[in-house]
Design a protein around this ligand. Structure first.
Ligand code: AMP
Ligand code: MG
Length: 441
């Protein structure tokens, strides 16, 4: 498996020299019309975006449960040892290691019981043992626990056999975290595991970065919102829903500016409203070469455009720039292209702005079971489904037709199949890179 940080791209066989030479052929931002320039490689585009990112500084204090998905604003040092006391890792019998028989068995006198949360006051002497439950404090004198499955009640006490190790089944105080050690670092996204870790330290409130504010709207005269009847030639707007879902998962504050008609005035008004209130503005549609693609011209007039095209498929028309202090992402209109460009370029950028320091995505190799048509030139993000074949190797199949408007290819998928620019058609049996949509954290 390979991880690619936003700042460590390129990855997966795209050579540095390749992307650098491509970068050198690119005009610098601000020189000429970015929409007329050559399409940038995805690696160069990611670096240009990265260069413009200023992470949020503002912070707030929230309750532990409310911190899920937020980003830590400061290092959290452990105020205590976890666990706070030496304790048993199993249900069994606590004893002195000197009593462990090297051969045959030994019989020890049972002198008491230690419960989790209710220690036994007795001190274990040679020849003695104490019944102990998982998590119970180790009694004085004892340093070893024999699992109850390996001990036997006899008339004279507890008999234990050979094959045990001194110190076994004992958890040391501070072995998870010692007092004063960093438990979690600033810039870490708070996952369920971090919640549990904070709780184990007795921490009830944490300092997190404020939520990122993201405004978005869809453009297109053909778009109707759900609930409205469709006239001839109209379609339902789906981009606002995929965007809503992807942004909701990131935990940002959303400002949905709705569907905006294809007129420069309407688009200008919506962009201005977004720029007043949001850190980031995301639009869909209107950045391609059609007659009604007004987002391009309005953003050029209203803000600064860093680039307007990238060499990926789907998602070639993609504008990035800023309006005042807000970053601007003008995504394509095609529904799959919206998702691909969001996951590949917008999401890592938003996560950086939210203060996250690690925004890596896992990529690994899989055997492709489908034929994937491709022409060399662009990086392609086809949609696939992962399986494990009879030999335990990871395989991937494409999820039907791969057109940029075919959203079912995305909803049926659980990974991107990433085909680098130089790759041509992939034949069944070839090895490809895959990027799973979801992992466990
Ligand atoms: P555009 O980039 O505006 O030319 O749009 C490209 C294609 O995506 C067209 O077929 C549009 O109808 C479609 N499209 C644009 N916006 C949306 C949307 N919000 N929901 C669904 N399809 C859309
Ligand atoms: Mg349009």
């Amino acid at each position: 498996m390979r991880y690619c940080d936003a700042d460590r791209r390129p990855t997966m066989g795209l050579t540095d020299s390749n992307s650098m030479s491509r970068e050198h052929r690119q005009p610098e931002p601000g020189c000429g019309d970015p929409f007329a320039a050559d399409a940038l490689s995805i690696e160069v585009a990611a670096r240009r975006i990265e260069a413009d990112i200023v992470p949020i500084r503002d912070r707030e204090e929230v309750s532990l449960r409310g911190a899920l998905g937020r980003v830590l604003a400061e290092d959290v040092l452990s105020p205590i040892n976890v666990p706070s006391h030496v304790n048993s890792a199993v249900d069994g019998y606590a004893m002195r290691s000197a009593d462990l028989p090297t051969r045959g068995s030994a019989t020890l006198t049972l002198i008491g019981t230690a419960w989790a949360g209710r220690p036994c006051g007795e001190t274990v002497q040679l020849g003695q043992c104490i019944r102990i439950m998982t998590g119970a404090k180790m009694p004085e004198g004892a340093d070893t626990v024999v699992m109850q499955e390996h001990a036997e009640h006899t008339d004279t006490g507890m008999r234990i056999g050979e094959g045990h190790r001194p110190g076994q089944n004992v958890r040391m105080a501070g072995e998870d975290l010692a007092a004063g050690q960093p438990a979690a670092e600033a810039g870490k996204k708070i996952t369920p595991a971090v919640l549990g870790l904070m709780a184990s330290l007795g921490i009830s409130r944490v300092a997190v970065r404020r939520r990122l504010r993201v405004a978005s709207f869809a453009t297109g005269d053909e778009l109707r919102s759900i609930g409205e009847p469709l006239a001839e030639g109209e379609i339902y707007d789906s981009n606002r829903y995929t965007l809503y879902g992807m942004l909701a998962r990131l935990g940002v504050d959303q400002l949905d500016l709705g569907v905006v008609r294809d007129t420069p005035e309407a688009i200008r008004g919506a962009l201005e409203r977004g720029a007043e209130r949001a850190d980031v503005i995301i639009t869909t549609g209107g950045v391609s070469v059609g007659e009604a693609d007004y987002v391009k011209e309005v953003i050029t007039d209203l803000g600064e455009v860093t680039f307007g095209k990238i060499a990926i498929k789907p998602g070639r028309p993609l504008a990035f720039g800023r309006i005042g202090r807000s970053l601007f992402f003008g995504l394509p209109g095609n529904p799959v292209a919206v998702m691909v460009t969001f996951y590949q370029l917008v999401q890592p950028a938003l996560r950086r702005m939210m203060g996250e320091t690690r925004t890596s995505a896992a990529r690994f190799e899989a055997r492709c079971l489908s034929r994937l048509k491709k022409r060399p030139g662009r990086t392609e993000f086809q949609r696939g489904r992962l399986t494990v074949d009879a030999d335990g190797r990871v395989a991937v199949s494409k999820t039907g037709a791969q057109g940029s408007g075919i959203l079912s290819s995305m909803s049926a998928a659980d990974c991107f199949i990433v085909l680098p620019p130089e790759s041509g058609t992939v034949e069944p049996g070839d090895t490809v890179w895959v990027e799973p949509f979801e992992g466990t954290v």
